[in-house]
Design a protein around this ligand. Structure first.
Ligand SMILES: *Cc1c(COP(=O)(O)O)cnc(C)c1O
Length: 308
């Protein structure tokens, strides 16, 4: 059981005062090797792989993938080999993320953008496993039932700290983390996921599928996925987001990155400003980590602040 770290936002830049009083769950500060939400999804998968006798894990991601970065670190810690199937060209310069994954023992297999689209295809997966297997395949982003179940521990922490309910905001990619959190919360909680992707309109149905599979019948938290705050698409960082990130970091002393955490916090501020979030319950922002990916943004590159 990890010990969770909380921080209150007690300073915010001009124009973002709505965020004062937010309770931030700093997942970015726990599990030094693999900080953030990924470890909650990956540990149950790794345990399952080990129980089934696998010695190698295979998964998918981009060149700055938090998921592959965490998988490489955790695989190494568990003494398991890892294969990262990467969207990108092998002759592109190695990103800091992939260099560290490789240094942790991960074998990299590159796919063109077109080929990468087949990553969910069973036949294609079998071909990869025929080449790199036997290996335990973890879907991109840890988007599987075990991954979602692992994130229930985050929801249980919310119940411990805010037993009479809360309004919770977090960034969403696949929705796996949100599903696990919702699965452990009752109707006194409201969970709002801010999609970091443009047009990923099937996210809610994927979340619902995880919830159905996790089962149990009691009433659950109200939840929704907002699609209006992707800032132009995955990994896009328009000026408004950059300025928000830099000023918010400076006043709150909470490090952010543009792909997930800054987007979701900017969305929280806008939702509050528009009166779409009620303040009668404690407000929670879940910092899901991802700070290693800051290095993918030239305007942010400051290694000292990234490699804590
Ligand atoms: C992967 C990731 C997410 C998205 O998590 P999902 O479970 O895919 O929704 C959010 N924030 C950060 C920092 C991540 O690395």
């Amino acid at each position: 059981m990890p010990s969770f770290i909380w921080q209150r936002i007690d300073r915010a830049p001009l124009g973002a005062e709505q965020l004062l009083g937010f309770n931030v769950l700093r997942l970015d500060l726990i599990h030094g090797l693999a900080p953030g939400n990924k470890i909650f999804k990956l540990e149950p998968c790794i345990a399952d792989a080990k129980a089934k006798g696998f010695r190698r894990l295979l998964s998918f991601g981009g060149a700055w993938s938090n998921h592959l970065h965490a998988l490489a670190a955790l695989g190494q810690r568990h003494g398991l080999a890892t294969v990262g199937v990467v969207r990108g060209e092998p002759d592109a310069p190695l990103t800091a993320t992939l260099a560290e994954a490789q240094a942790a023992g991960m074998q990299l297999h590159y796919l063109s953008r077109t080929a990468y689209r087949q990553r969910h295809d069973r036949v294609f997966q079998r071909q990869l496993l025929a080449r790199y297997g036997p290996a335990y395949l973890i879907p991109e982003g840890g988007d599987c039932l075990l991954g979602a179940s692992g994130c229930m521990a985050i929801g249980e922490e919310l119940v411990r700290q805010m037993p009479s309910g809360a309004s919770i905001i977090l960034p969403v990619g696949t929705g796996t983390t949100l599903a696990g959190i919702v699965a452990s919360l009752g109707p006194a909680y409201r969970v709002i996921g801010i999609s970091a992707l443009k047009g990923a309109l099937d996210t809610a149905s994927r979340v619902q599928r995880h919830l159905d599979q996790i089962g149990h019948s009691r009433d659950r938290a109200a939840w929704e996925i907002c699609h209006d705050y992707h800032c132009g698409g995955f990994a896009r960082a328009p000026v408004e987001l950059r300025e928000f990130l830099l000023s918010m970091e400076q006043s709150s002393a909470i490090p952010l990155e543009p792909v997930y955490s800054a987007k979701a916090l900017l969305a929280a501020q806008k939702l509050l400003a528009a009166g779409q979030l009620d303040r009668s319950k404690p407000l929670v922002f879940i910092h899901t980590g991802g700070l290693q990916g800051r290095r993918g943004f030239d305007w942010l590159s400051d290694p000292g602040s990234v490699l804590q």
